[in-house]
Write a protein that binds this ligand. Structure first.
Ligand SMILES: [Zn+2]
Length: 210
């Protein structure tokens, strides 16, 4: 069990156990809106965070798991239609969490806990509009998606120290770009869903002024 996939399944399922513990309104939303894990439901968060949790317990798994997830990432699908193996959830936690060190597998997982707490407060998982600026005052939901868009292209040469918004940790350089020449398109349905009338200026991209 320790050497096989069973341990990551345990990590994944335990995260669902934790999700169900947020029962001051969040559970009442997330359970009926799962919709069998289909694109119409909320599996992008429930399964996305459960997969992220697989990456957040064991240092050895943390070194390799998202390489495999990126290898099967479908760039033609909106984040809001995803379930398992989404990369945005990892980016969200890395960018907006504040607790623990990069050497800890659970680095910045406090952002996920804050999402569950906001879900309890608003009785819905679709709270990125208020949650993102609450976690980082200079950030908005739309800008975070656009930074994710940029990071998918720039992460291979970005500096994690001076360009953290363009970095995604623990991934083999080249995998995402090699696999996903049009990954940028995958965020636009999500941005539309967020009610963005027009794209804001992109920041942090090499060669593009702020
Ligand atoms: Zn699951």
């Amino acid at each position: 069990m320790r050497a096989g996939n069973a341990r990551t399944v345990v990590y994944h399922e335990f995260q669902h156990y934790m999700q169900y513990a947020y029962d001051s309104g969040c559970y009442a939303f997330l359970e009926p809106n799962y919709l069998n894990g289909t694109a119409a439901g909320d599996a992008e968060f429930l399964e996305g965070y459960a997969d992220l949790a697989k990456d957040a317990v064991d240092a050895a798994v943390d070194l390799t798991l998202f390489n495999d997830i990126v290898a099967v990432y479908n760039p033609a699908q909106s984040f809001y239609d995803k379930s398992y193996r989404d990369v945005f959830s990892k980016y969200f936690s890395e960018q907006l969490g504040t607790q623990w060190n990069t050497t800890d597998p659970h680095w910045h997982m406090d952002a996920v806990r804050r999402h569950y707490e906001e879900c309890d407060a608003r009785d819905t998982l679709y709270v990125l509009d208020t949650l993102v600026p609450a976690l980082k005052s200079s950030m908005t939901e739309e800008k975070l998606f656009l930074d994710f868009f940029a990071a998918n292209w720039a992460k291979d040469w970005a500096s994690a120290t001076t360009q953290p918004e363009l970095s995604i940790s623990m991934m083999t350089p080249g995998l995402l770009m090699a696999r996903s020449p049009c990954i940028k398109m995958s965020i636009f349905p999500a941005v539309r869903r967020a009610g963005l009338a027009r794209a804001p200026r992109m920041t942090g991209l090499p060669g593009i002024s702020r």
